[in-house]
Design a protein around this ligand. Structure first.
Ligand code: MG
Length: 399
């Protein structure tokens, strides 16, 4: 069993990796709220691990690992996987509960262990007013660098909590028109023609297809889809094309095939090449890996036509809303995207979608163990619920 000790917290990879039956394990351990000095083992062995020194009027943060099971093996330009590590959070305050989530696709560098380590360092109990989101998130951001998914898990729970206290969903609080939600795209990973055709058939209710490219099979992927569907396609290369001239040639070919935009075609570090491509491309070029947080929006101006905002990259809804506003002010297109996530983070992101140009919020549909219900897709369009906060209900109580 591989293990490590950091900041006084003993992390067991066997426990955090949940090779045993995760669900039963979580059920038997019950509520998981970890004081910063507690060992992970002692917390998992305790049935009610809330720190007893909690102030009664402060915010109480709890969290539990929940590995997401993918319905299909998911293949990107450089990796394949069948699960996504995930940590569910909640913040309790005066009889209200707000839910949040951290999803950690491996290429972003966070893990169940790192999220638990980060959340264990936080003392939210010092805050007695959940509406001080700016102040609370400034504190959370200052505790350590990076850890954006872990920070998002706190931010989303805070928004859910405050929305519930106000008895309003966040799209109302922000003043967005619920009817203006965009269609969402449905993602098709890199696969064999047979599986690609099967996925296109599964995507029947969706009006836009999102295709992962960046391998030798790029033209085959597009031609396979075009053999069975004439829906608009958006393309995500995940930095998979190394050369700007060949990328431009490919983009002209894609335009003829009915592609509407191309996401992160070149490596994010190739700033001049991305700017050249955007200037010469007949299709909009969207920055994803290159645009993580608010400060990156300004850097993306002139380099990309638009940005892909994801809660797990930008530490949550507060900063995502700021990025949306900044990008619009700079005349850029905005896409609201996601990782593979439960309906918790997806519904949180969907609150922003009425003011976005495009949405790629299908992450909850790719997993088979979603403990929440929330935003729904009807005939390909995002439909926000009238539920307060981030608009979710608990389907399966995990903690
Ligand atoms: Mg992308």
């Amino acid at each position: 069993m591989r293990s490590e000790t950091t900041h006084g917290i003993h992390l067991s990879h066997k426990i955090a990796g949940m090779k045993t039956n995760r669900r039963n394990f979580i059920r038997t351990t019950g509520l998981l709220a970890i004081a910063s000095t507690a060992s992970i083992e002692s917390v998992f062995a305790t049935s009610a691990a809330f720190p007893s020194k909690n102030k009664k009027n402060g915010l109480s943060l709890s969290f539990v690992p929940h590995e997401l099971q993918l319905k299909h093996v998911f293949t990107l330009a450089n990796s394949s996987r069948k699960t996504t590590p995930d940590v569910l959070t909640k913040i309790d305050f005066q009889g209200y509960t707000g839910y949040g989530e951290a999803s950690m696709p491996p290429y972003l560098g966070e893990s169940i262990e790192s999220v638990i380590r980060f959340l264990s360092k936080l003392d939210l109990n010092q805050f007695t007013d959940p509406f001080q989101i700016e102040k609370i998130m400034h504190y959370v951001d200052s505790v350590d660098e990076g850890n954006c998914a872990a920070k998002a898990a706190v931010d989303i729970a805070l928004h859910d909590l405050t929305g519930k206290i106000m008895k309003q969903p966040w799209h109302n609080i922000w003043g967005f028109d619920k009817e203006k939600t965009p269609n969402t795209s449905f993602t098709i990973g890199i696969d064999t023609p047979e599986v690609v055709r099967q996925k296109v058939a599964e995507a029947e209710p969706y009006k836009i297809l999102k295709v992962k490219l960046g391998r030798e099979t790029d033209k085959m992927m597009i031609e396979t889809i075009r053999s069975v569907s004439d829906k608009p396609i958006c393309v995500d290369v995940n930095q998979g094309w190394p050369d700007r001239s060949r990328a431009l040639e490919m983009i002209y070919w894609l335009k003829e095939k009915g592609v509407v935009f191309v996401e992160q075609p070149l490596p994010k570090t190739a700033i001049d090449d991305n700017a050249w491509l955007t200037q010469n491309s007949p299709l909009p070029i969207i920055g994803d890996e290159a645009v993580q947080r608010l400060a990156d929006v300004k850097k993306a101006w002139g380099v990309y036509s638009g940005i892909n905002i994801k809660l797990m990259k930008c530490a949550g809804m507060r900063e995502a809303h700021q990025m949306l506003t900044a990008a619009k002010a700079l005349g850029m297109k905005v896409m609201i995207g996601c990782m593979t996530e439960t309906s918790c983070a997806i519904s949180a992101a969907a609150q922003l979608s009425p003011n976005a140009d495009w949405a790629d919020l299908d992450g909850n549909l790719l997993i088979s163990n979603d403990p929440y219900t929330g935003m729904e897709i009807k005939q390909g369009k995002i439909c926000l619920t009238n539920e307060s906060g981030i608009g979710i209900d608990v389907k399966e109580k995990l903690f």
